[in-house]
Design a protein around this ligand. Sequence first.
Ligand code: F6P
Length: 368
Amino acid sequence: MNKKRIFRLGVLTGGGDCPGLNAAVRAITKSALNDFRWRVFGIEDGFEGLVEGRMHELMNADVSGIINLGGTILGTSSRGDPWHYPVETARGRTRIADVSGRALGHFREAKLDALIAIGGDGTMNIALKFAKLGVPVVGVPKTIDNDLAATDITFGHDTAVSIAAEAIDRLHTTASSHHRVMVIEVMGRYAGWIALTAGLAGGADIILIPEIPFRWKPVFRKVRERNTQGKRFSIVCVAEGVRCPGVGVIIKGYDRKRTDPKQLGGVGAYVARKIALGARVETRVTVLGHLQRGGGPTAFDRNLATKFGVAATRAVHDGKFGTMVALRGSEIIPVPLEKAVARLKLVPPDHPLLMAARSVGTSFGDER
Ligand code: F6P
């Protein structure tokens, strides 16, 4: 790195938002300004801003007082993949095109020396493609789903779990008053981390996650058993990506402007209907949805995002490009982007949370 010239660092937040993004943007900007005297440029709306050349300089004042703020001051987009970009045709139609050359052009035009991309697996995949084109890029992992294999945890997850656990607490009181089965559908895509962690914390009686194939019989049995024990209500925590017997994953819709077009959702209502018929009980469903992603981050997420942000700036300084910062135990290390996107992190069958839940009598619908 040429020490005489002022280094210009670009930063963006891509994919779905999550609590802690602003804490990470703040940490990157502050450490770049304070530790290295660089200039920092916030790219707007994720990779969309790079394709369209939308960015602005971030000063200390821009990132002051945002550590506790939800969302992202930079804006984000789930439709900004430059290799899968929606382009309007003259006839008012949308076609998908590769506009990565445009994004690269804007990166060079802005004379950026490096890019920090904060995002989930989609963003890390795009970052990897840019790295292969020679862009000096470092990734910062975020997602409420916690499904990135290379890191012990992503920020956003702890907040989402806290919100879901509080929702379960609230459902408990109304469930017991009305003697109902309350089904709560939580996010997480193809991983069951939110459902498992929040379900256990909230004392859910049944937890259904994508990693554990379930049958209806044990689910109905658990509900009936509780009724005969005088516990005339049950809480069922369902991950949106769970596969129902004979039906599979329930898809709410498709958005072909996204790299992964599937929008999950609707399984909560399906499970509630099945339990009402199969166990002959009254059921209600709550879909927690984007409440899990809204609002400020927990203290844990603020600190993790800050540590990741500072580590990413340091990784840029040290020239560790083509990597993503990751938490391993108590250490933050750079891991190759290839490894970061190689596979999703799913709940293993012997995970301590899962074992603990089984020991306290939680059903996963797979009991004999
Ligand atoms: O990946 C985060 C996440 O919140 C998933 O849990 C969920 O399936 C998805 O994003 C929802 O995406 P959108 O905000 O585009 O509806």
